[in-house]
Design a protein. Sequence first.
Length: 573
Amino acid sequence: MATTGMAIVAPDGRFLQVNPALCDIIDYHAADLTNMSFQDITHPDDLAYDLSQMQRLLAGDIDSYQLEKRYLRRDGDAVWIELAVALVRHEDGTPAYFIAQIKDISERKQFEEQLRHQAFHDPLTGLPNRGLFVDRLEHSLARAVRTGETLAVLFLDLDNFKLINDSLGHRAGDQLLQAMADRLLHCVRPGDTVARLGGDEFTVLLENIAGVGDAVRVAQRIAEQSLTLYTIGDRQVTVTASIGLALSGPDGSTPDDLIRNADTAMYEAKRRGRSRYEVYTPRMHAHARDRLELEIALQRGLERGEFVLHYQPVVDLQTGRINEVEALVRWDSPERGLLEAEAFIGIADEAGIALGIGDWVLRSACRQLRRWQRDVVSDEPLTMSVNLSTRQFLEPTLVEDVRAVLRQTGVPPETLKLEITERVVMEDAETTTATLRDLKALGVTLAIDDFGTGYSSLSYLTRFAVDILKIDRRFVAGIGRSAEDTAIVEAVIAIARTLGISTIAEGIETAGQLAHLRGLRCDCGQGHFFAPPLPAGELADLLRRRVTLPLPHPLSGDVPEDSAQWGDASTGR
Ligand code: C2E
Ligand code: MG
Ligand code: MG
């Protein structure tokens, strides 16, 4: 009932008369109220102001007043009201009584409170948003300057959220963020602030810490308790994050400084391999700037056509023939010179440029392959191996894109091989299985690259229907030197064979490694021992001459250690 409460109040505050609406608002009987004064039912925090206005009214300074304040209901709960008060005087001018109008505004207040909450909180997790975080940080910094205490900001960015979102769907992503927010709150003290800046970025404000050790301990606690296994629906996902820490002090004296420093440290944690924390140091700024410049230059490089492909022969270890080449991208940067993929492909992937580069690589490699198949080795099959980046593999249009490139270039599907790294495959087994099956349906061949560096189990291999395993060069390098590496290479080749999967050894550099691999009946190999990745012209030359490699006897390895001697089939050399 939105009727207005009315009261006649004596100059000392006693209720003389009240109407039913007022009784409703504060849940008292009229008879009770007329034994009380308005002071009795006013919220203590609001009393002083009301009294001061009343004094001014009595003194004749003002004719009436209005204010918003809280009454206390009979059960003790506060209720927000809007009060309008006027004074009636006797004929001689002395105060007779007040007339008060009282409106219940609790709904409006609640709505305002809700709006204020919404303006300062993230709707998904209920955590403070950037605005509120900056506000609290500002207050804490001001206090820290006065008291000399130290505070820290943690900047946390999930490492694999995009993959989770892309593979499990946005709803699952949202659920994960909510669960994550809950766990984060459990890792800090009650006075500390956990905020969500947006996306998969969280910040934590730690107040009054003794030093960097305290902040590091919180980061470790977060890593142990918040960054673990989550069950989303019927799926289990492992979450890791990169965390940057920044402390207040000469380098971090404004909220913006501190947040930016923590962000920079977070990037450093990403750069050093993710799933770790780093404490900000001023030197990190230079890194972050360099990296940004590199991203911009990469994007420009793509637009200006600065990328080129080099091709590394893959040698059949039984015949010594080259029936396959791997396309490896190079960036011929005017400022930086010719860069190998290692130097920029990871950054391109993170900066979202990998899709553009990958598109170009696939198209160019297929065009080149078709030319070689037609003009250079028309009587023998030649396969081109192309690396797919993580982003590329997760792109929903990947299968369609590959199909289109095959059609446009006229490359027979069985002569295109796609390489994906083990890490990508394991990220989400079910989506992966579907994508791999669709790719296979196009007729292309599939290889798992850098095998052994990730965490895949061999049992997945049959399920993924991969054709080839490429044994990472780290293990090849250890052959004959490290018992463990040697054993891994042996086991991988043996298991792959029983599963009907072929093997390619990467990074063969010595005749000894080659001999050992041949002894294990590894199918193919590539590496500097045969040839480094070569520009198209030089590779075409090798293909044209139909070179074969004189392979060492499986166990004797009696070939010069330094490099291979290419036999030349076309000249009979
Ligand atoms: P990867 O596919 O395993 O490629 C083999 C890498 O090992 C190449 O490095 C190659 O130059 C190098 N390599 C070959 N033989 C030897 C050897 O005997 N010893 C040593 N130490 N290294 C050898 P690169 O070109 O820098 O490529 C690094 C990685 O970048 C590649 O590993 C691949 O994962 C990725 N990559 C290269 N090109 C592309 C591309 O076009 N697209 C995508 N998405 N990734 C690419
Ligand atoms: Mg590769
Ligand atoms: Mg590899």
